[in-house]
Design a protein around this ligand. Structure first.
Ligand code: KIV
Length: 272
C-alpha cells in the first residue's frame, strides 16, 4: 500500500485530488464481483472501477455494448458490499446516457441508489457535456473517459491507438479541459500517445488515469483479469501480466480432476 495513503480509512475524490497535487501516483483496478473486490480493496488500490468491460470479461461479449444498467447495478452492488476503503466508480453503460441529459441523470441516480457506489464514469467529451453537467449538479461525482472509448468501437472500427493526428489530439485536449471546467473529479485516458498524456496531465488540475497511455498519467488503471493473466491470449503492448493465474487455475483444476478420478479425494479426514 502507498506510504502516503496507507492511513486513510476511506478514499474520497478529495484524497484523489490531493494525491495529484503532491505528485503521488493513483492506482485503479477493475472489479465486478464481491470476492475479487475484497482482495483488490485489501491490497490497497485507491480506486475500484466497476467497468463495462464486465461485458467482455464476465459475460464473454465481443464488445461493451450489450451490458445493461441492471447488470451493471448487479456487479456494482456486489463490489460495494466488499469494499471498505477504495472509492468505487461505476461505468454508465452504452445507451444509458447518450439520449439526453435527463436520461443520463436517471441512470446515474439508479446506479448510485441501487448499488451504493460513490461515482460514475461516462465516455466522451463535448457531445455529452449536458449529461455530465446534469449528473454533477445532482451531487454525483463524475469521472470522464477520453481517447479510445470502447462504447464507440463501431465508429472507430478498430481498437488501435487514438489521437495520433494533430486534430484529434487537439480535440482530446479541449475535451479534457471541458471535463475539468464542468467539475469532473478525474479523467481516464485510454490508448493515446504518451506525449499527449503528458500534455493533458500538465494542462489540467484534475487527475488523469491512464490505460495504454504511457507513464505520464497521474494514475493507472488495468482490467484485473488482464493483470492476473487469466486470459492468456489478450496481450496488448500496454499490458503487464503480474501473475499467470490461467496456469495456476488450470493446474489446480486438473489436479482436482485427477484426485477425484483416482479416488484420493475426498479422503477419510475430509469426510464426516
Ligand atoms: O470498462 C473498463 O474496464 C474501463 C477501463 C478499461 C478504463 O473503462
Amino acid at each position: 500500500m502507498s506510504v502516503h495513503t496507507a492511513d486513510i480509512k476511506r478514499i474520497t475524490t478529495h484524497v484523489i485530488q490531493e494525491m495529484k497535487n503532491r505528485g503521488e501516483k493513483i492506482t485503479c483496478l477493475t472489479a465486478y464481483d464481491y470476492s475479487m473486490a475484497g482482495i483488490v480493496d485489501a491490497a490497497g488500490v485507491e480506486l475500484i472501477l466497476v467497468g463495462d468491460s464486465a461485458s467482455n470479461v464476465m459475460a464473454g461479449h465481443e464488445t461493451t455494448l450489450p451490458i445493461t444498467i441492471d447488470q451493471m447495478i448487479y456487479h456494482a452492488s456486489s463490489v460495494v458490499r466488499a469494499v471498505k476503503r477504495a472509492l468505487v466508480v461505476v461505468d454508465l453503460p452504452f445507451g444509458s446516457y447518450q439520449g439526453n441529459s435527463r436520461e443520463a441523470l436517471n441512470s446515474a441516480i439508479r446506479i448510485m441508489k441501487e448499488s451504493g457506489a460513490h461515482a460514475v464514469k461516462l465516455e466522451g467529451g463535448l457531445e455529452i457535456k449536458d449529461s455530465i453537467t446534469r449528473i454533477l449538479s445532482a451531487g454525483v461525482p463524475v469521472m470522464g473517459h477520453l481517447g479510445l472509448t470502447p462504447q464507440s468501437i463501431y465508429k472507430f472500427g478498430t481498437y488501435t491507438v487514438r489521437a495520433k493526428q494533430e486534430a484529434e489530439a487537439q480535440k482530446l485536449l479541449e475535451d479534457a479541459k471541458m471535463l475539468e471546467e464542468v467539475g469532473c473529479f478525474s479523467v481516464v485516458l485510454e490508448k493515446i500517445p504518451a506525449k499527449l498524456t503528458k500534455q493533458v496531465s500538465e494542462s489540467i488540475q484534475i487527475p488523469t488515469i491512464g490505460i495504454g497511455a504511457g507513464p505520464h498519467a497521474d494514475g493507472q488503471v488495468l482490467v484485473i483479469h488482464d493483470l492476473l493473466g487469466i486470459n492468456k491470449e489478450f496481450k496488448p503492448r500496454f499490458l503487464r501480466h503480474y501473475a499467470d493465474l490461467n496456469s495456476v487455475m488450470t493446474n489446480a483444476i486438473t489436479n482436482y480432476i485427477s484426485d477425484v478420478k483416482g479416488k484420493s479425494f475426498p479422503n477419510e479426514s475430509e469426510s464426516y
